[in-house]
Ligand binder design. Structure first.
Ligand code: ADP
Ligand code: MG
Length: 159
């Protein structure tokens, strides 16, 4: 199952993200040990940060959602959950992630969203879900590739 969605503009993507976030929340709420990892793939400007912004806001964050281009990670404490937004574009060496204590980020009741996850290959945990965002005429196409049983069940509930 590889659902595809088309968004004519940013507003449509934000609406989808908000709805999608509800399924993520209910999954995390349903199991105290649950965590979820999303890789966001796509070219610069495709909408990875925009999509993440919609998720972070839907989880209850009220302020800005900055792109973690220079910091590598932004943290959002949104009780009872924790969100981490990574952008590994500027990561020089995956070893930097070891120094950051990367494994501590991937714990129960957290949602991790990673842009440019490929730069951290071998060090970051596997994705539950890979989201591919592509330019499509004026808008964007989004493909969902579930990698875990949890992700497959989540997508089934959405459809
Ligand atoms: P990335 O993080 O993938 O580099 P950003 O989310 O920072 O990309 O930027 C995406 C840009 O594309 C934003 O300026 C956004 O307004 C614009 N945009 C145009 N059309 C869309 C669309 N249909 N969905 C999402 N973003 C769009
Ligand atoms: Mg970005």
């Amino acid at each position: 199952m590889q659902p595809t969605f088309y968004f004519a503009d940013e507003t449509e993507m934000l609406q989808f993200g908000q709805n999608f976030a509800r399924y993520l929340q209910s999954y995390l709420a349903g199991d105290a040990n649950a965590a979820f990892v999303i890789y966001l793939n796509g070219e610069l400007g495709a909408g990875k940060t925009t999509f993440t912004r919609s998720i972070v806001k839907a989880f209850g964050h009220q302020g800005n959602v900055k792109s973690p281009t220079y910091t590598l990670v932004e943290e959002y404490a949104l009780p009872p959950f924790h969100l981490y937004h990574f952008d590994l574009y500027r990561l020089a060496d995956p070893e930097e992630l070891e120094f950051m204590g990367i494994r501590d980020y991937f714990r129960p009741q957290t949602l991790c969203l990673l842009e440019w996850a490929s730069r951290g290959e071998g060090v970051i945990p596997a994705a539950d879900l890979v989201i591919q965002i592509d330019y499509a005429e004026q808008g964007r196409k989004l493909h969902l590739y579930p990698q875990s049983e949890a992700a497959r069940q989540l997508l089934q509930k959405m459809s």
